[in-house]
Ligand binder design. Sequence first.
Ligand SMILES: Cc1cc2nc3c(=O)[nH]c(=O)nc-3n(C[C@H](O)[C@H](O)[C@H](O)COP(=O)(O)O)c2cc1C
Length: 333
Amino acid sequence: MMYQKGRYDKSNLYKTMNKKAIKLSVAPMLDWTDRHCRYFLRLITRHTLLYTEMVTTGALIHGDTARFLRFDPSEHPVALQLGGSAPADMAHGARLGADWGYDEINMNVGCPSDRVQNGRFGACLMAEPGTVADCVAAMKDAVTIPVTVKTRIGIDDRDSYGELVDFVGTVAQAGCDALIVHARKAWLSGLSPKENRDVPPLRYDIVRQLKRDFPHLTIAINGGIKSLDEAQDFLTDLDGVMIGREAYHNPWMLAEADRLIFGDESSMTSRHEVLERFRPYAERELASGVPLNAMSRHLLGLFQGQPGARAWRRRISERAHLPGAGVELLAAR
Ligand SMILES: Cc1cc2nc3c(=O)[nH]c(=O)nc-3n(C[C@H](O)[C@H](O)[C@H](O)COP(=O)(O)O)c2cc1C
């Protein structure tokens, strides 16, 4: 059953989103972490916090709100990422997110794409700490769930540690509950968004320094993290670790997250079981008109490194978009 507006008890939800939830998360990724992807990842890990794709306030206010916000109750804990820079619009988006039952509202201050810059949001807002602070304050006034900010360590030539400290201080003072820091700067012109995720060097040391300088602020680190072992290392001095591409391309890397990161021994599963449990969901969604391909594309990394993985992947890639493609196509080799 899909979540329906107004059905969820907000106060119960808030209890599910405690400081523990931020210990491990899957990053917001446009076109990737849609509700089907999140449903699938949730079958692998019960506790890892999942972020939506970025949703712009414009799309939320003028578009089909239900299309952007609906999610399955099993996705909790799940955070809504908003893109925007007008405090009133961000507050409105946050309120919608809270009403729909999200566990956290996150503001995007990390995306460097031209489209986002034209809308004056994303990473370019690092140059406007006051605007980000106003947005955070407006969202905090509007909702009782945590309000967080995802940012970079700098933009263009404005990448001194002093400027980062000013930004973080201003945003923290506005009531930001947690900061997720992609540990590289962004070049606002000259690099594509994809290059901006690889070319500027990773500076984990800067994120660690931030935590030393803001010990009371909840800080999660992001960028280039590929294993739970690495995540555990970071958790010795930081509050959270966010994993993006590796979790998408190799989702089974999250299989031990519940045990290793959250201390829950009870929820181990197998790849085949995940697939079995995804089938009824896929059947339901197919029946409501979602094409198989829209779901199956997120599953392709499940058997990465296993015998027969390539053939399984190829079968799905070649056939899932064909008319009439059904869940039997997902069956393991
Ligand atoms: C396909 C794709 C889409 C992304 N979309 C978003 C987005 O909507 N919002 C955001 O804050 N970051 C976005 N990112 C950046 C990731 O959240 C993350 O910060 C980045 O990939 C670095 O983490 P990683 O090295 O673990 O992948 C995106 C990344 C990818 C690969």
